[in-house]
Design a protein around this ligand. Structure first.
Ligand code: ATR
Length: 280
């Protein structure tokens, strides 16, 4: 059986778990926050495959670990394995972070939606109240951000997905939180939206969703939850080519969700701007 955690005595120990994990920027981000705030900590990448989270978690708690960031493909599995669920995790059925409480219980939380909304509003100056939002995709990434987007009180949040049933399931789950609708790509009401967010996995393979260009206008902002070194993704390039007002990749969301986790773990809110700039 694999041994994930043998933690020698030292500074408080944190990690990010997922698979693949070698590319994760989370250690750089958390260690940069620690240096900025004068907080000593250890933070490592640990490869944990699907269906192994519960065993890794037990070992982590036994070894004295303090908190974990949780990434693909473990967010739903982690939610089920953790003992206490904060409302943000309970709403989305997924955990992107956990904290070991003083009594050894494990607390699931989900900072992804907060990370996205803070990046949109604080970093990019967007105002979402009363705006028309179009979310592309209905998988785990989309589900994780819907409650936080609806909390901003948009006039509508439309979900477009290849498999309509998955989008209508999200509408059934979240309709009490705000005005939300489901469409397949050909039926998306074709007029410019204020904000179009790509939460599909297509950017990973350099593809774009089959969206009508009529949804992009000269006032439309576009966001890709994936990030790249130079901020360009195939989806954002397509949006630019179709006249979008502004295009943002998901690097800021990654740093903002990490900042939210950091403030829960350490009780201090770090300044995200220099960390985003350094990662670029
Ligand atoms: P994640 O956890 O990253 O959201 P996921 O749950 O597998 O991953 O969801 C992937 C999303 O990308 C889904 O919305 C998926 O559409 P389906 O629900 O129809 O599968 C979308 N996606 C993936 N490949 C796609 C493709 N070739 N065309 C359109 N949408 C695609």
């Amino acid at each position: 059986m694999a041994n994930w955690f043998e933690i020698p005595p030292g500074d408080p120990y944190f990690c990010v778990v997922g698979s693949p994990i070698a590319h994760s920027k989370s250690p750089d981000i958390h260690l940069a926050f620690g240096r900025q705030c004068g907080i000593a900590l250890r933070y490592e990448r640990i490869e944990v495959h699907a269906r192994c989270f519960a065993r890794a978690l037990a070992e982590f708690v036994d070894a004295g670990g303090r908190g974990m960031s949780i990434t693909v493909p473990l967010k739903e599995e982690a939610f089920r394995a953790l003992s206490i669920h904060q409302p943000r995790a309970a709403l989305t059925g997924a955990a992107n972070m956990m904290t070991v409480a003083a009594d050894g219980s494990t607390v699931a939380d989900n900072a992804d939606g907060t990370g996205l909304v803070r990046d949109l509003t604080d970093n990019h100056g967007l105002y979402l109240k009363g705006r028309r939002l179009l979310l592309l995709g209905a998988g785990g990434a989309a589900r994780g951000v819907i409650p936080a987007l609806l909390e901003e009180q948009p006039s509508e949040l439309f979900i477009a997905n290849r498999t309509l049933r998955k989008a209508t399931d999200l509408v059934a789950q979240f309709h009490t939180l705000g005005p939300i609708g489901a469409f397949d790509y050909v039926d998306v009401p074709s007029r410019p939206y204020d904000l179009v967010i790509n939460a599909t996995s297509l950017s990973l393979s350099g593809e774009i969703p089959p969206l009508s260009a009529d949804t992009i206008g000269s006032e439309t902002c576009c966001y890709d939850m994936m990030y790249t070194a130079d901020g360009h993704t195939r989806f954002l390039d397509w949006c630019r080519d179709n006249g979008a007002a502004a295009c943002y990749d998901g690097l800021g969301m990654l740093v903002e969700q990490a900042a939210n986790s950091f403030s829960i773990w350490h009780g201090v809110a770090p300044d995200t701007a220099p960390v985003i700039a350094a990662l670029r």
